[in-house]
Write a protein that binds this ligand. Structure first.
Ligand code: IVH
Length: 670
């Protein structure tokens, strides 16, 4: 029989090992239930032997009593700030100066994402976390140990044997985007306060007096620098430090790179800018650091900023501007979306003058008035949105936003159903705005793919009453089109030809093109596979519909009420009569990837993840998020990490992007 003391020590080591694999490496080695067994046994032994409980035991993440305020912490080495720049020329000037001062030809730099979070200092004594502090004014911060201890990615004990006696590890605590959105969705549901952006979310969470509250917040950390350290750790370079951090179980950003010279830094900055929207957390730039400590020492610091480091700032994704009005737009399904008209402002790399306000409830929630200074967010290709109001800057004449009672396009009284947040125009295809949207969706690439039928043309066709429903498109004649603005004989003929070509489609595309509420591409594919033909789908009962993957009672209800509506029914039949057709399939039999499960990882250059997923699903494959022994194939683009490694371990065939494109060519349309 093992002594409890010994068993506890062994369990702690195992639990730490698996926690690190799970939270830091994102690559668990054992199933959750197995982990729970270890953890529960440890809790059991500690409960039976309270004198053996130590603060750095993995069971002790939350435990401290709420405090009334935070103690001061004086930083042994001040936490400096960084010089900033926004252009390649400025980087060049900075590096030229470094090279000149040092009398060397070229320097090696560590390039790191500049995480938009809250700086933290973590003090480890004999491997155990003894104190965590905010940066404060750089000299004196606040003791937030109890809160930081609740963050799973912060090791309570450093792993391994060669851990220094004492080391201060610095890093950035941040709120990952997925956690930020989930947190806000939950807060909104329960009527609690939402957070404006991930950085405020992280800062607010760390300032909680009750660590139990912090523990509920989705926070993580990236470690990026060393503060004071005992003399038993003497790294030569910053890269050595980061490598040691990794080895000790700390999260170091996987995109950190060591490069030589100025050009390579600029290449890194440009590449990271491309990836910015898909990182899963917010960054506001890149930090460049001279890699060699001897170089850092010789360069030194001026006015609290090191000369050996530089922050390159990306264009802000969040700015403030003035809201000058609100317009109400009618969507395809009649949903009314308020759109803020803004004083034009540069955000996320483009100038925007419109931003969505999502729905009426959002206007009320944000408490926006016309004339207010508002916070506008735009990241990647996502549409700009208003995320907050700066109430302190509200001008005297700021006007409340009148909520419309009638559809701005057709004048019908708007409806709000049950506890839905959306207000809708109930007129369907008789509302001009909805008619235009429905036709645009019908003709779009993922629908019937009618080339050359853009929104301007649709506006004209609908306004002149040449087209009332999608079926009318197939009755258009050359002479109808040549009458329209900017439509010569040639472009009319081209459009008629692409309308004719669109007749030849697939059942899934056709279902999707109909624009039934909440029936997206994936659902349309599942429906096409399940029913194989239009008639059985149109006749399906609610029960039969809910048997289809992804189809719940709401979507089934939407499908039923669509096909039960006699106008819709007529349109569908008119489309078929006009010659719209698809190959007859017999369920899954002719589908080349039926029964296969694929995983996509890394970035693809020739198409988006979404497109790759749809094309695979069109071939009958399932697309999963993680690699398992059931995975048929993995497609790995540049930047593939843990999933690729796992595929190699499990000997799952891996396709490069080139292989994948060849595969699609061979199987699509086969
Ligand atoms: S190094 C002397 N590295 O940016 C070097 N800072 O203005 C000190 N930050 O307060 C910082 N990501 O909060 C460094 N990879 C990174 C960083 C980073 C974000 C923040 C940090 C600091 C501020 C500097």
């Amino acid at each position: 029989m093992m002594e409890p003391e010994q068993e506890i020590e062994q369990l702690r080591e195992q639990v730490r090992f698996h926690l690190h694999r799970y939270h830091v490496l994102d690559d668990p080695e054992i199933a959750d239930v197995e982990f729970d067994l270890l953890f529960d046994r440890l809790v059991e032994l500690e409960n039976a032997n309270p004198d053996l409980v130590v603060p750095d035991s993995p069971t002790q993440r939350v435990g401290a009593e709420p405090s009334t305020e935070f103690d001061e912490v004086v930083h042994a080495i001040p936490m400096l700030s960084l010089d900033k720049c926004v252009s390649g020329d400025e980087i060049k000037a900075w590096q030229d100066r470094c090279v000149r001062i040092l009398g060397e030809d070229i320097l090696s730099y560590v390039c790191e994402p500049k995480i938009d979070g809250v700086a933290v200092s973590l003090l480890y004594e004999d491997g155990g976390l003894v104190r965590a502090a905010t940066r404060g004014n750089g000299e004196v911060g606040e003791d937030i140990t109890s809160n930081v201890r609740t963050i799973d990615q912060v090791p309570l004990r450093l792993l391994g044997v060669d851990v220094p006696r004492s080391i201060e590890i610095r890093g950035e605590i941040y709120m990952p985007l997925a956690g930020f959105h989930a947190y806000n969705a939950r807060a909104m549901k329960s009527g609690e306060k939402t957070v404006v952006n991930p950085r405020n979310g992280a800062a607010g969470s760390l300032r909680q007096l009750d660590p139990g509250v912090t523990a509920q917040r989705p926070l993580s950390v990236f470690c990026y620098a060393m503060g004071r350290c005992s003399d038993d750790f003497r790294p030569r370079t910053h890269a050595d430090v980061l490598e040691a951090f990794r080895k000790w179980g700390c999260c170091v950003n996987p995109r950190v790179e060591v490069v030589e010279g100025c050009e390579a830094c600029i290449v890194y900055i440009e590449r990271l800018a491309q990836e910015r929207a898909s990182l899963g957390y917010e960054i506001d730039g890149v930090v460049l650091k001279a890699n060699d400590f001897s170089a850092q020492e010789r360069l030194g610091s001026v006015t609290r900023k090191p000369r050996w480091a530089m922050a390159f700032k990306y264009p802000a994704e969040e700015v403030t501007t003035i809201i000058t009005g609100v317009e109400f737009q009618v969507g395809r399904t009649g949903a009314i979306t308020p759109v803020a008209k803004l004083d034009p402002v540069f955000v996320g790399g483009v100038t925007v003058s419109n931003a969505t306000l999502h729905n009426m409830d959002e206007i009320a929630r944000l408490g926006i008035r016309v004339g207010d200074a508002v916070i506008v967010h735009r990241a990647g290709d996502v549409i700009p949105q208003v995320v907050g109001v700066v109430e302190s800057r509200r001008p005297a004449g700021a006007r409340r936003i009148p909520i419309p009672r009638k559809c701005p396009a057709c004048g019908t009284v708007l409806e709000k159903i049950g506890d839905e947040v959306v207000v809708r125009c109930p007129s369907g295809m008789t509302c001009v705005a909805q008619r235009k949207e429905a036709i645009e969706h019908f003709a779009s690439r993922s629908g019937m793919d009618i080339e050359g039928l853009g929104d301007k043309l649709i506006d004209q066709l609908v306004d002149q009453e040449l087209v009332k429903t999608p079926a009318d498109l197939y009755q258009l004649r050359g002479e109808d089109l040549t009458e329209l603005d900017r439509m010569g004989a040639k472009s009319s003929a081209n459009l008629l030809e692409s309308i004719r070509k669109s007749c030849d489609t697939t059942l899934a595309r056709f279902i999707h093109a109909l624009g039934i509420r909440e029936v997206g591409e994936a659902t349309a594919i599942a429906l096409a596979e399940r029913f194989g033909a239009l008639e059985p789908l149109m006749a399906a009962t609610l029960d039969e519909l809910t048997e289809v993957e992804d189809v719940g009672p709401i979507v089934a209800g939407n499908l039923r009420s669509f096909f039960d509506n006699s106008d819709n029914n007529e349109i569908v039949l008119a489309l078929v009569a006009a010659g719209v057709c698809w190959p007859v399939t017999d369920g899954l039999v002719n589908v080349p990837c039926a029964g296969e499960t694929w995983v996509l990882t890394g970035t693809l250059e020739s198409m988006s993840r979404g497109e790759a997923r749809t094309r695979l699903r069109n071939l009958g494959a399932k697309v999963a998020g993680s690699v398992s022994p059931n995975t048929t194939r993995v497609v790995a683009g540049p930047g593939a990490g843990a999933k690729l490694a796992r595929a190699e371990v499990l000997e799952v065939p891996v396709l490069s992007e080139t292989d994948f494109l060849a595969f699609l060519r061979n199987h699509e349309g086969a």
